[in-house]
Design a protein around this ligand. Structure first.
Ligand code: ADP
Ligand code: MG
Length: 709
């Protein structure tokens, strides 16, 4: 069947004017909705369906609510109201009753809705002078369709195209294909069988001309699968290709240095840390470069895992690099890592004793020129073992002696470009192993799409001894809230107060933080020692404030989201987030992770009204759960894939039907099938039709875009 059927590429190569009844004029109108080819026409899917046997009838329309009903026009009249507005009044009926439609300022409705016209109307039903009436309803002309299910297409008033025209054009396109050779089906029959997917011909017919809603559902499943499969084939192929064509370094994670490091830790590793270190170790031992994503909730102990990976490289005479998305974070990491690694020695045959202290350096936009010069030199000579920094690390002119392992603390802010740039560091052509860390868990299926070119490890266990954080939500910053802060401080603990988020302007945010600081220090927290941190506080001051807080010389840190990540003060046990509804789920979860880092019970108080039902649900989710993965799922449900896919618009041609939210299980299926088909590195040679389709839908530009999300 795949052999001689009509391929999607053939349909893409046919202009819509090939269809009967599509004139040049209509083609111009279609171009406005991006329909140029017969394929575009077939992929212009209905927006909804009307089941004539089940849809609400006029007699059953609920007054005062929105309803949808299929009607026939029985009379039309147009007049002007007293204040000279145009008013078209249309009487309509179905088998159960009649209804009046009125349209203000839409004189053209008189012509559109001539007597006998059938249309689907959607709007709010009111009672007016004892009659049911809809004012300015949405109207979809459906033409004289006889089927039980009526497909309603997104119509374009601007282009002058109505749903029944799309309906007949899609039908014509279908007729042409099926009268001829039928659709080629590039997906192997056994795949279709094992996931009970209908064939492609059935799918296109079922989405445009279904005989039942069951057929719509089956068609949708298959078309969704195809969209997701194409993406996964592209991602898995890229990943496999990279693995087969680049030369990496072999590192042994079981060396002396790593053992020494684990020996000096003042805790034992969690099972999850041991497992992920094993997974990473296996990757590092392979001669092909690692590309792994380490997902772990705030406080799950990713740093130790990352440092372990870098030390495996250092043990073998290579270097490690750790990139953070901001300077503050890089500084935090530098501080933390240096502390973890004090007293560690690295093998160095050029020294008298055969070893020297491990050298960790920091390079950010704030590093002074002389310091930068020193680092540059020592880095190229191999005297710096671990370099921590920001994007500055991938700036030109920075040469490592031999970069072995790169850790990217991504926090959703790095793109694949940066990952790619880092892969080209060594003069001898070797490519370092890459570990990407994210503290904002994203749902598995979304990770498969956004990070589809990476393997995934998950730290799904918290180090022991933490008491879970209790979260509450109050609408007002009342006396109780500040009493909670005061009593924690009285008990010897510390607190954070997070100021309202002002996303549009760092200056405004800083000002509001200063106001909050002033209010608190002059009011409810007057007797406590308060510090202030925001984006406009200078480095030295910031450092000073942080170290005073760390040492316990400050009781309360009033701060903006600059403390979102990396800040680690186990003695802080309470966090108050002002105007909490302004923050997203992930951000609140990150912020909350600043408390509950020690053994004392901690609490988080979310303050402020929730202006929308979505924001209310977000806050309730945080009160209910401290599990980042669970929260990520809620976030996906509430906000959809847009947030996860970031800038990436839905592809021009693809992901028209599929949703990462609704179709989670199909993402997994598509991944599985893609790995089955192309995981061995030989590509799609056995499936030329499928290969061609991937190229068709995910051409160069499109797939680059996909990987940049
Ligand atoms: P993440 O980066 O995943 O948010 P960190 O690596 O910053 O977490 O670790 C959070 C805290 O937990 C740090 O204080 C760290 O020293 C500590 N920690 C890490 N692993 C363990 C462990 N296995 N047992 C006890 N404490 C640990
Ligand atoms: Mg961390």
């Amino acid at each position: 069947m795949a052999g001689n059927g009509v391929t999607l590429r053939e349909l893409r190569d046919r202009p819509v004017t090939d269809l009967n009844g599509v004139s040049d004029k209509r083609a111009k109108a279609l171009a406005k909705v991006d329909v140029h080819s017969v394929l575009d026409m077939l992929c212009y899917y209905p927006r909804r369906y009307l089941d004539r046997s089940r849809e609400a009838t006029i007699s059953a329309l609920p007054v005062g609510e929105e309803g949808m009903v299929l009607i026939r026009v029985t009379s039309v009249s147009a007049r002007r109201t007293r204040n000279r507005r145009s008013l078209v009044e249309v009487k309509v009926e179905d088998d159960t009753g009649s209804l009046r439609l009125i349209f203000f300022n839409q004189p053209w409705r008189e012509r559109q809705l001539s007597v006998g016209t059938e249309a689907v109307v959607f709007g709010k039903v009111d009672q007016y002078q004892g009659h049911d009436q809809m004012a300015n309803p949405v109207v979809d002309l459906v033409g004289d369709r006889t089927g039980r299910i009526v497909a309603v297409y997104p119509q374009s008033e601007a282009a002058g195209l109505h749903t029944w025209e799309f309906d007949s054009m899609a039908a014509e396109a279908l007729r042409r294909v099926t009268k001829g050779r039928g659709f080629a089906d590039p997906v192997p029959g056994e795949v279709l069988d094992s996931y009970r997917l209908v064939g492609r011909s059935d799918a296109f017919r079922g989405i445009h001309r279904p005989a039942s809603m069951k057929e719509v559902a089956e068609a949708r499943r298959r078309l969704v699968f195809d969209e997701l499969l194409r993406i996964q084939l592209e991602l898995v192929q890229r990943k496999v290709e990279l693995e087969y064509t680049t030369e990496g370094l072999v590192h042994n994670i079981n060396g002396e240095l790593v053992r020494a490091f684990h020996g000096v830790l003042r805790f034992s590793l969690t099972d999850a840390q041991i497992r992920t270190i094993d997974e990473i170790g296996a990757d590092l031992f392979q001669p092909r470069p690692m590309h792994r994503l380490l997902q772990g909730d705030v406080g799950s102990g990713k740093t130790v895992v990352a440092v372990t990976a870098m030390l495996a490289a250092v043990q073998g005479g290579h270097q490690g690099a750790l990139m953070a998305p901001t300077g503050v974070l890089a500084e935090q990491h530098h501080l933390g890592v240096t502390e973890l690694l004090t007293d560690l020695m690295v093998p160095d045959p050029t020294t008298l004793l055969g070893h020297r202290p491990l050298k960790v350096d920091l390079l950010t936009g704030r590093t002074s020129a002389p310091e930068r010069r020193r680092i540059t030199t020592e880095l190229s000579e191999g005297r710096v073992d671990l370099l921590i920094g920001t994007h500055a690390l991938i700036q030109e002119g920075l040469e490592f002696n031999s970069l072995g392992v790169v850790v990217i603390d991504e926090q959703h802010r790095f793109g694949v470009e940066q990952r790619a740039a880092l892969r080209e560091k060594n003069a001898d052509g070797t490519v370092p192993d890459v570990l990407v860390m994210t503290a904002t868990p994203i749902p598995r299926t979304a990770a498969m799409t956004v990070y589809g070119d990476l393997d995934v490890s998950v730290l799904d266990e918290m180090p022991p001894g933490r008491t879970p954080i209790t979260t509450s939500w109050v609408e007002e910053a009342n006396e109780e809230v500040w009493q909670a802060v005061r009593s924690e401080v009285a008990a010897g603990f510390q607190a954070y107060v997070v100021c309202p988020l002002v996303e549009e302007s760092e200056t405004l945010e800083a000002r509001s933080a200063e106001e909050t600081f002033a209010e608190l220090s002059g009011g409810p927290l007057a007797n406590l020692r308060l510090g202030l941190l925001h984006g406009r506080v200078g480095t030295a001051e910031r450092e000073d404030a942080m170290s005073r807080f760390r040492q316990g010389d400050l009781d309360v840190m009033v701060a903006t989201t600059v403390i979102e990540v990396g800040v680690d003060v186990p003695n802080a046990t309470v966090m108050v987030v002002l105007d909490a509804a302004r923050f997203g789920i992930a951000q609140l979860h990150q912020l909350r992770g600043r408390v509950g880092r020690g053994s004392a019970a901690s609490r988080c108080i979310l303050v402020g009204e929730a202006p929308t039902s979505d924001s209310e649900e977000r806050l309730r989710a945080l009160v209910r759960s401290t599990n980042g993965f669970e929260l990520a799922e809620v976030d996906l449900d509430l906000r959809g894939e847009g947030t996860i896919m970031g800038e990436r618009q839905k592809g021009r041609n693809d992901l028209r039907l599929a949703s990462l939210r609704r179709d989670r299980e199909w993402v997994e299926v598509a991944r599985e099938v893609a790995v089955h088909l192309v995981g061995d590195g030989t590509g799609l040679v056995g499936h030329p039709c499928l290969a061609d389709e991937v190229a068709l839908f995910l051409g160069e530009a499109e797939s680059d875009f996909l990987l940049k999300s």
